[in-house]
Design a protein around this ligand. Structure first.
Ligand code: F6P
Length: 321
């Protein structure tokens, strides 16, 4: 390997810049050239490729988002698009590519690997919805942002003795919601992985908690369930308790990354360069059972992730009434 390309793809996540910085600096220290590919696979197809040096990643670690920008790209999903992308990479002398993103982005890396480009994926998403790993870049920051926001909503909810429905991100996964339930405390949680916890159960819990003397209520609703405003109306009608919905939204994607996201993302970045230097391809970096490791992308994409049952049980046991 002589030249490594790096791109960020899919939703941005705090800590992506730390990974980019680590890739650039460790690659240059190993005598490799590094090129940044702007706007994910879309930018690759448009040949938006820049040279990177140690200076170009200076002071980026504490910044949220991604300095390389990101995009979702339809053209790259086609065989012609993938062929064109591989040709562009070869034309620019890029023989190793690091893709920071989620499962969709890894599928792209898998295709490029089959077309002769050595590729490594780094899990970057606030959703934590990548099966092969217990850690994804950005989740820690996103959860901390959500926890802080929910604390604030609780202050006003308590003062008005209201019920608050708080919708957190996560696409089809409930990890941010589950962590917030444990970290903030709530009357209930609605997550896609546990559909049996339905709205009627929730209404009954809120009513019974009120009867036992609870003066305010918080429900954490995962984006994958959604419909928070309708849910708030339904709860208000059924319980007579004034209810408000707050959708936290993209605030969860921004902000300066936590120390954990900076350190883990840096480690994954350096690890990816090491793998490429050793001739590896079609691998994805993971953090599993307390260790950084890597998997074949095909194997990683075939894995299924389920919510941690013990963690879910703990979240239930923490409910006060
Ligand atoms: O994957 C990260 C994420 O923030 C999800 O939680 C959410 O469903 C989605 O991206 C939102 O995407 P967009 O910013 O394109 O609306």
């Amino acid at each position: 390997i002589n030249t490594i390309g790096v791109l960020t793809s899919g939703g941005d996540a705090p800590g992506m810049n730390a990974a980019i910085r680590a890739i650039v600096r460790t690659a240059i220290a190993s005598g490799l050239n590094v090129k940044g590919i702007m706007r994910g696979y879309a930018g690759l197809l448009n040949e938006e490729i820049i040279d990177m040096d140690k200076q170009s990643v200076s002071e980026i670690m504490r910044r949220g988002g991604t300095i390389l920008y990101t995009a979702r790209c339809k053209e790259f999903m086609t065989e012609e698009g993938q062929q064109k992308a591989a040709e562009i990479l070869k034309k620019h002398g890029i023989d190793g590519l690091i893709v920071i993103g989620g499962d969709g982005s890894f599928r792209g890396a898998q295709k490029l690997s089959a077309l002769g480009i050595n590729t490594i994926g780094i899990p970057g998403t606030i959703d934590l919805d990548i099966a092969c790993t217990d850690y994804t870049i950005g989740f820690d920051t996103a959860v901390n942002t959500a926890v802080e926001a929910i604390d604030k909503i609780k202050d006003t909810s308590m003062s008005h003795e209201r019920c608050s429905i708080i919708e957190v991100m996560g696409r089809n996964a409930g990890y941010i919601a589950l962590w917030c339930e444990i970290a903030n405390g709530a009357d209930g949680i609605l997550i896609p992985e546990k559909e049996q916890f339905d709205e009627q159960d929730l209404i009954e819990t809120i009513l019974s908690n009120r009867l036992k003397g609870k003066k305010h209520h918080v429900v954490i609703n995962a984006e994958g369930i959604g419909d928070s405003n309708r849910l708030a109306k339904r709860i208000e009608t059924a319980t007579g308790i004034e209810t408000r919905a707050t959708i936290l939204g993209h605030i969860q994607r921004g902000g300066s990354p936590t120390a954990k996201d900076r350190v883990y993302a840096s480690t994954m970045g350096a690890y990816a360069v090491d793998l490429l230097s050793g001739g590896a391809t079609n691998r994805v970096i993971a953090y599993k059972a307390g260790q950084f490791t890597d998997f074949d992308i095909d194997e990683a994409l075939a894995m299924k992730k389920t919510i941690d049952e013990y963690q879910f049980l703990i979240s239930r046991l923490m409910v006060m009434y």
